[in-house]
Design a protein. Structure first.
Length: 330
């Protein structure tokens, strides 16, 4: 049980993706002396980098045996992945295959993979939480409502003097009931957004948080700074500062209506959203990640979204059962 928990935490760690990319490069046989120098710089830049590298190296030593156990419940899906993984190293798809295999190996235990993709295990400890592909509305004791997007988690801390919601992961939209005696605050590790009106969105990202005002106004604080945002305005905030968003991004709240509205964003950003709505893994090549996307897509049908992207963009989308999708440029 402890091993599964540690492996799941490794997967949730945003630094794990960076470690995986280094592993893919080194195992591809294509690494140059300059690449090893860049890795040395990356490893020394932060103690967490060396720690996640060591952890990911360790979990890769585990075999695929536990994953095969899943096959008894989902026949054919795991074999499809393993056949691709076991292709000769000279195959032109080997580098992409290594990415997928490393992502699977990072969890170490098959049940951990499936459970974490369905519901972030760390989120289960939160007062309010949603799983993969879930959106849910909660009514709070004061009559306010919170709508949580997929794979989100928050704790409620109401006292006679303050109404506080701690957003641990994901994003939410708050519609706040009036109470002049008790301020309403959404808190992340990067700062707070205090309601001065009725409706606003907060999204927690690894390095910063986003606040978007949908009605009236809010006060954003990061500890040493504060800014008032009016309806339609947005800002990113963390301990380093508060940065206003110059364009209108109210469409980012369209998820509450089951839609993903994309206005000239990278494919990497689009796929990051789809991952919260899809239980399998999606691997995206660096070349494809840089492509720009424009459109509106239904969040509750990720297969349809992937087909639409493949039809309208210069990319190939390869499905290996429901467990793995690989996307690359054509």
């Amino acid at each position: 049980m402890r091993g599964t928990k540690r492996s799941t935490q490794a997967l949730d760690n945003p630094l794990a993706e960076q470690a995986i990319e280094w592993m893919v490069l080194f195992r591809s046989g294509e690494a140059t002396p300059e690449d090893y120098q860049r890795f040395s710089t990356w490893s020394a830049a932060d103690p967490r980098h060396a720690q996640i590298w060591a952890r990911m190296q360790g979990v890769l030593q585990r075999s695929f045996a536990p994953i095969r156990e899943v096959n008894s419940r989902a026949p054919g899906q795991v074999e499809a992945v393993e056949r691709i993984v076991l292709r000769p190293a000279a195959s032109p798809t080997r580098r992409k295959v290594l990415r997928g295999a490393l992502m699977l190996g990072a969890v170490g235990v098959a049940t951990g993979i499936l459970a974490n993709r369905s519901m972030p295990l760390a989120a289960l400890r939160a007062d309010l939480h949603t799983g993969t592909g879930q959106r849910k509305s909660f009514t709070l004791p004061d009559g306010s409502t919170l709508v949580l997007n997929a794979r989100s988690a928050a704790d409620i801390d109401f006292s006679p003097a303050l109404r506080r919601v701690r957003l641990h992961q994901g994003e939410l939209i708050a519609t706040v009931a009036a109470d002049a005696a008790r301020p309403f605050v959404i808190e992340t590790e990067h700062g707070t957004a205090r309601a001065l009106g009725t409706r606003f969105l907060v999204r927690r990202e690894p390095e910063q948080s986003l606040a978007l005002v949908l009605e009236h106004s809010i006060l954003v604080r990061n500890g040493s700074q504060e800014q008032v945002l009016q309806s339609g305005q947005a800002a990113y905030f963390n301990r380093d500062g508060i940065t206003r968003v110059t364009e209108d991004i109210r469409s980012k709240a369209a998820w509450a209506d089951g839609m993903l509205v994309v206005n000239d964003e990278t494919l990497a950003e689009v796929i990051a959203t789809l991952r919260t709505y899809r239980k399998g893994f999606i691997r995206l090549s660096p070349a494809a990640a840089r492509l720009r996307v424009l459109g509106a897509f239904p969040l509750d049908d990720t297969d349809n979204v992937l087909r639409s992207l493949e039809q309208t963009m210069p990319i190939s989308v390869r499905n290996f059962g429901n467990l793995l999708v690989m996307i690359d440029v054509r």
